[in-house]
Design a binder for this molecule. Structure first.
Ligand code: NAD
Length: 366
């Protein structure tokens, strides 16, 4: 099997790192790596060569590979350069990009979408969403610290005492929990809120306080994802968040709803009531943001509050993000890449959910 690794045009990360290349070659495959693919994540072409890869042009990766891997999907015109029999692994997000399955089907290839891997225990080691969310949660705290005009920890100095910063985390999933852990390590006082009650125990175990709104709708059938809440719940939640936001120095928001715009949790009024110099890091910026004043991919100052809406913070930690991404993909490949051949078994839950187009046939159901 000829495997091809593409360079990401707008991302410092790379999907497969040199150590994984060695494992692929040991498993009876040959690997093409696009020139400079790992350079911005500090994996040099020579590192890939040392592990047995061949460094080639983008054109060669596209037209000569049987299995192509990238983090972000390539353009429609580049899709046309792939072999008809090619299998392409990327993060196609079919629930966001409604046209993508039709485009892939027209090209006639097989597309495996990493973001469609189900949230089951068996698939945890393949879950790129969790790996990247965890990095984003960590980096959100560091970015907040950079813009905050005050310390995080409590300090007692000869020049006087400094109280700890108060951090409010909205959405205590993978990103939120990592943000809580990072903020705690830096000595801040942390409160967190989530509609999933299962998050309460995890928040407590990290030494943070759980802000609870009674009457949340939790749906086990949603596969670990949060569901939209009732109007009554939303009103109670809004009041409680307003009270806590006014006392916070930093708010980190991570609340996402799969396939839907992110819920608005911080209104303009709440921003106005925050202390001057406070910081909001909105990790939901990519799907509209949890704060009404977030501008996607920008850092803005509104009502003396800095609002950070940068879209993919995991890409700002490219070395470790690539390492984890690569490991996730290698674990995923174990399901169907056997002795240099791809064998897709549609009885397998992970394959069934993540294969969105098979030989041009659309498999994804919205
Ligand atoms: P996510 O990125 O979809 O959402 C982030 C968080 O925002 C979630 O905790 C969600 O409940 C919360 N949220 C949504 N709407 C909200 C609102 N209106 N107010 C407050 N909070 C709101 O979720 P995630 O972080 O990827 O994961 C959520 C859960 O799924 C976690 O418990 C995680 O451990 C689990 N998970 C399991 C697997 C697996 O088993 N393979 C993989 C990924 C996640």
């Amino acid at each position: 099997m000829q495997i091809g690794i593409l360079k990401e045009p707008e991302d410092k990360r790379v999907s497969i790192i040199p150590d994984s290349v060695k494992l692929l070659i040991d498993a009876q495959n040959s690997v093409y790596v696009e020139k400079s693919a790992g350079e911005e994540a500090f994996y040099a072409d020579s590192d890939y060569k040392d592990k047995g890869a061949e460094i080639v042009s983008r054109e060669d990766v596209l037209s000569k590979s049987d299995l192509i891997i990238s983090i972000s999907p390539i353009s429609k015109s580049e899709l046309g350069k792939l072999k008809k029999s090619a299998v392409y692994i990327s993060s196609f997000q079919p629930f966001v990009d409604e046209k993508i399955t039709a485009v892939l089907s027209e090209v006639g290839i097989t597309a495996l979408s990493l973001d469609m891997i189900p949230r089951i225990t068996l698939a945890q080691s393949m879950d790129i969403l969790s790996s990247m969310a965890s990095i984003s949660g960590y980096k959100a705290v560091l970015m907040a610290g950079e813009y905050l005009p005050r310390y995080f920890p409590m300090l007692t100095t000869a020049a006087g005492s400094i109280p700890p910063a108060k951090i409010l985390v909205l959405g205590a999933g993978v990103a939120g929990l990592q943000a809580i852990a990072t903020a705690r390590r830096l000595g801040a006082m942390v409160e967190a809120f989530d509609t999933r009650l299962a998050a309460k125990e995890e928040v407590h175990s990290l030494g943070a306080k759980f802000v609870e709104v009674e009457g949340a709708k939790d749906d086990k059938a949603a596969g670990g994802y949060a569901v939209e809440q009732t109007d009554d719940y939303k009103a109670k939640q809004k009041q409680l968040i307003a009270d806590h936001a006014a006392k916070s120095d930093v708010i980190i928001t991570t609340a996402l709803l799969r396939g839907k715009p992110a819920p608005e949790l911080i209104t303009e009024e709440m921003v106005k009531n925050m202390k001057p110099g406070s910081v909001i890091v909105d990790l939901a910026a990519i799907t509209g943001g949890n704060c009404a004043l977030t501008e996607a991919d920008k850092i803005v100052e509104k009502h003396h509050v800095t609002i950070i809406g940068l879209k993919d913070l995991s890409a700002t930690v490219p070395l470790h993000a690539s390492q984890l991404y690569s490991k996730n993909i290698m674990n995923y490949l174990k399901i169907f890449l056997k002795e240099g051949q791809i064998e897709l078994d549609f009885e397998d839950e992970i394959t069934k959910s993540s294969c969105i187009v098979h030989n041009g046939e659309i498999k994804y159901k919205s």
